[in-house]
Design a protein around this ligand. Structure first.
Ligand code: IMP
Length: 424
């Protein structure tokens, strides 16, 4: 039998590219949907049968009764938030129990990890990262320092392991003089969440996934965050703490590189960033406000304003390179309707120096733009590529030529139907 493939669907800029919508369009093509990195810092908004869901840890294949959903070993999971997310889905009539498998090797986010996240941010002062406060950094740090708790620990001797780790965290917090917190209620829900998780299949998902591949099943690896937030390739130290790139698919699911098929890179027709850190294309003016307003650019998890700017080809080229992107997906093109001129960042400059390759330190660079004519038509009404106005076609052709990668899917509105698959 022909071996199955793992296709990766990755945000390739700063996250929030609209992966939720695309996964929804993609899931019918796959047998399994798997998350390989990140945790409840993600917020994949999906509108299904008229109801809006924000998925944080649970894969987007959950709405389709036939799909197996996997939370892989590269993820971190907060039992209380997982329980709340699962309850919401169950209340809406989706059965999760036999269709959601969680890796025993995924790490647990403790209530005290969240306190540590806040404490570390406070200690950084003006150099803070602007994290989502979900305990992501402290949990991955602990994974690397080999002191973390894993999902598999729930199954044996959990209470003692939990008490020991919590005590260690409390000691660190005392050392940091960060003692003004109360996790009593949070911990109660968290422990309930741990009990609740026992009802799920806590398994060796890497073995399971490779068995599926051997059976010829195809897997969609659903990315979280984006390449520029990757722990290795992002704008360090203003990054998340996981591997959000194609490499992270292999380590975060336990599948070999030869099983990777297509790598879909998702980006928006413009750029956004949540949290602190360099963002050379940022527009601190009316244009930025206009993009935020039209694009509803407010964080799905934290509700924060997203910083907005024009498309960044320096970042996109870098992301296509480190991920081996084979196809691009452009989201929210309609947000640019009505602009007289569209700009694209083609280089960065600083102190008389100009670069087109992503620099080691992205601090202090400003964008060099190429201007293109905008379009006045309403893209949301268009159902086929042939209807696109000339200026929009030119924008697409320009991006494809600069990025040396085809844009095969174009989204022109929030609805599933407003997704144009190009004939190529
Ligand atoms: P953390 O992942 O909570 O540690 O946050 C680190 C950085 O990544 C912050 O700038 C966050 O705003 C950003 N971040 C984390 N998750 C997401 C996401 O899903 N979308 C966009 N930004 C994110």
């Amino acid at each position: 039998m022909k071996q199955g493939k793992v296709d990766a669907l990755l945000g390739i800029v700063f996250g929030d590219e609209g992966k939720g919508k695309v996964v929804d369009v993609f899931t019918p093509r796959y047998d399994v949907v798997a998350r390989f990195a990140g945790g409840p810092n993600a917020g994949h908004t999906i509108i299904f049968e008229g109801k809006k869901f924000v998925l944080r840890s649970i894969p987007s294949g959950i709405f389709d009764e036939d799909k197996i959903n996997v939370i892989g070993n590269g993820c971190v999971i907060a039992p209380d938030l997982f329980m709340a997310e699962a309850h919401e889905l169950e209340a809406a009539g989706y059965n999760l129990r036999n269709r959601l498998h969680i890796s025993k090797r995924a790490h647990l986010i403790l209530p005290t990890h969240r306190v540590l996240d806040r404490a570390y941010e406070a200690a950084k002062g003006k150099n803070r990262v602007g994290t989502t406060g979900k305990g992501i950094g402290p949990t991955y740090s602990e994974k690397a320092s080999r002191t973390g708790l894993r999902v598999g620990d729930i199954l044996e001797g959990f209470d003692a392991k939990y008490a020991a780790l919590k005590a260690r965290h409390e000691q660190i917090l005392r050392n940091l003089n960060y003692t003004d917190y109360d996790i009593t209620e949070e911990e109660r829900l968290w422990l309930q969440g741990v009990e609740y998780m026992r009802q799920f299949q806590l398994t060796d998902t890497e073995i399971e996934l490779n068995r599926y591949l051997a059976e010829g099943k195809n897997i969609l690896a659903e990315g979280a965050q984006g390449t520029m937030l990757d722990i290795d390739h992002g704008t360090y130290p203003f990054v998340s703490s996981s591997s959000t790139t194609t490499g992270g698919v292999c380590t975060g699911l336990g599948v070999g590189p030869s099983s990777i098929g297509e790598v879909f890179g998702i980006f928006k027709a413009y750029s956004t960033r949540v949290g602190a850190g360099p963002f050379p294309v940022e527009l601190l003016d009316e244009t930025g406000d206009r993009i935020r307003e039209i694009g509803h650019e407010y964080g799905a998890v934290t509700g924060r304003n997203r910083r907005c700017g024009w498309v960044d080809l320096v970042a996109l080229k870098y992301a296509i390179m480190v991920n081996g992107v084979t196809q691009l997906i452009m989201m929210k093109s309609d947000v640019l309707d009505g602009f007289e001129t569209i700009r694209a960042c083609v280089a960065y400059q600083k102190d008389g120096q100009r670069v087109t390759d992503m620099p080691y330190d992205t601090q202090g660079w400003t964008a060099v733009y190429q201007d293109l004519p905008g379009w006045q038509e309403d893209l949301t009404q268009m159902t086929a590529e042939e209807q696109f106005p000339e200026a929009f076609r030119n924008y697409i052709a320009f991006l494809e030529a600069e990025l040396h990668t085809p844009i095969t899917i174009i989204s022109v509105g929030p609805d599933r139907a407003q997704t144009i698959i190009r004939n190529r």
